[in-house]
Unconditional design. Structure first.
Length: 386
């Protein structure tokens, strides 16, 4: 039991001993631990946000547009531009970060007697959405190179009959892209698969979490291109990463109207504040500026991966997982990654201890931040070697 929680409180039995989830939020010079875009919005974007919020401020005595129609139109326009996919407003849905979208997915399609299947190692919040909605969380392990093991995943779907199949593209913390051929095979299997705890003719929802998709290699399609053919496919997106808008908390989902209507059943009334909606609409007016550093961050990833491979830990070169995202998982054989983490922190650089044993994750910062990371890591690796 967390020390601050009195034993007299009727906390749910299954939550006793649980800790709140979250990466450390520390005040250090170089924060490379939560996969944000390190570039702050331009002053023109800040001015537009302030103006839009000022505009709606006199209406704040009223509840906001519960259906956030203007924002859903903006999501549609963005997806058309970013992925070439044309969807209508009723195929889009927004919430406070894709975390909330995903919780709504579990609330709508999970629950007691229902199973959600993911492919680990993967995003550590997924089991928490499951826990919070009394859904059973199951995993099909990835291959050694962190690509999806499609055979194993399909076998698990056939055995477990999950109501939610959760795939992540690119995956966090590994950075691994999802192959479209693999996704299509899984969609085909799910199209006729029964769901445990549901009636006849019910099939799993396949959710592709594309939180980092804008960092993919140019020319790679988004899973959203398959929505028209697959009514049980849902694609989750966020403004938190490439779009450089994490502080505003805006995520969205693209899917069939049917799936969106299921999320509308479980959402809290007026879940997306008028301030959030106004800020997001203002940011979308500046899509070019907001995305202007994505190419550079992709190049930074490639340069950093190449540099990491030249470094050694206890005589062995560091491994670097292939990444299509704005972060890299590296190491592979750190026998004391907590020490590496602490030594980096002592030098003002915060990264993340996450993923399988022996690995750590760093997200791409500004050029200056990356120079400090390289300098600090090189020094730490020398010290550890001694
Ligand atoms: C894979 C993945 N999905 C979803 C999220 C949630 O992002 P947000 O709630 O900010 O949209 C994250 C955040 O790190 C993530 O890594």
């Amino acid at each position: 039991m967390s020390e601050s929680i009195p034993a007299s409180l009727p906390l749910r039995n299954d939550l006793i001993g649980e800790e709140p989830y979250g990466a450390p939020q520390l005040d250090v010079p170089v924060c490379l631990n939560v996969n944000e875009n390190p570039y702050a919005p331009d002053p023109a974007v800040c001015d537009s946000i302030a103006a839009r919020v000022r505009e709606i401020a006199p209406t704040l005595n009223r509840y906001p547009d519960r259906e956030h129609v203007a924002l859903r139109q903006a999501f549609a326009a963005y997806l058309k531009r970013e992925s070439g996919v044309e969807l209508s407003v009723d195929q889009l849905w927004g919430a406070n970060g894709s975390n909330e979208i995903m919780l709504q997915v579990f609330q709508a399609f999970g629950g007691p007697g229902r199973i959600a299947l993911g492919c680990d190692p993967t995003y550590s919040m997924y089991p928490e959405y499951a826990r919070d909605t009394f859904t059973t969380w199951q995993v099909a392990h990835r291959n050694e190179d962190f690509t999806l093991n499609v055979e194993r995943t399909i076998a698990a779907i056939g055995e477990l009959h999950p109501s939610i199949v959760l795939l992540t593209s690119p995956n966090n913390p590994t950075g691994t892209p999802l192959d479209m051929g693999d996704l299509k095979r899984i969609l085909d299997v799910c199209a006729t698969m029964p769901v445990a705890g549901a009636g006849e003719g019910v099939h799993p929802v396949v959710v592709v979490d594309e939180a980092y998709i804008e960092f993919r290699n140019p020319g790679t399609p988004s899973a959203a291109t398959l929505i028209a053919e697959h009514s049980n496919l849902a694609v989750s997106r966020t403004m938190s990463k490439a779009f450089a808008f994490a502080g505003a908390r805006v995520g969205y989902m693209a899917a069939s109207k049917g799936i969106i209507d299921c999320l509308r059943i479980v959402r809290m009334p007026y879940h997306l504040s008028a301030v959030t909606q106004a800020a997001a609409l203002a940011a979308f007016e500046h899509t070019d500026e907001q995305l202007s550093r994505v190419d550079h961050l992709r190049e930074t990833r490639e340069r950093t991966a190449a540099w990491l491979k030249t470094q050694t830990y206890k005589g062995q070169p560091l491994d670097v997982a292939e990444s299509a995202s704005n972060f890299l998982m590296f190491g592979g054989h750190f026998d004391d990654r907590d020490r590496v983490f602490r030594e980096l922190l002592d030098r003002g650089v915060l990264i993340r201890v996450v993923g399988p044993d022996g690995w750590m994750r760093v997200c791409m910062g500004t050029d200056e931040e990356m120079a400090r990371f390289r300098e600090a890591l090189a020094e730490v690796l020398r010290i550890v070697e001694a």
